[in-house]
Design a protein around this ligand. Sequence first.
Ligand code: ADP
Length: 174
Amino acid sequence: MSARIALYPGSFDPPTLGHLDVLAGGLALADSVVVAIGVHAEKKALFSFEERKALVEAAARDRLGAQADRVSVIAFRNLTVQAARAAGATLMLRGLRSATDLDYEMQLAGMNLGLAPDIRTILVPASPLARPITATLVRQIASMGGDVSPFVPALVADALKAKFDPQKNREANS
Ligand code: ADP
């Protein structure tokens, strides 16, 4: 049987403990997982693609150890099913936090199946502690100087601190 490759698309801006939880779930189901970071011109991200790639790789190594050998990171700007085909993936990996996520993800999975019947979506539920975590709230909390360490790996918390460090930003703009 050929290797089962899962594409895990998202913004990962920044990667959180929720993303890593779903990534671990994907690694239990697929031989390898390709994390696909969406880079869309109209959507301004806090972290550049290169920064997000480095954070995902380091966080996967940190939390998942040798399992991280089965993780790779790419950028995509087209449809997720096109990115999946290009990566040789036959599985699409998504995470679930709530019933609201489920409604949306079911719709997305249905339309993606219409676009690419050979690619199946797998939905991985968040573990209880990771359920409330969203990257949007993590960015907001960090921008106001809050402690995000319960929600993201330590290296991501450090990267957020550096991003919102007023002194560093003053130096960069001077
Ligand atoms: P966010 O919604 O946090 O900005 P993304 O757009 O990067 O995250 O989401 C990529 C995928 O990861 C989606 O399927 C999303 O539902 C899932 N995901 C994000 N955070 C969590 C979490 N805390 N638990 C489970 N899945 C999550």
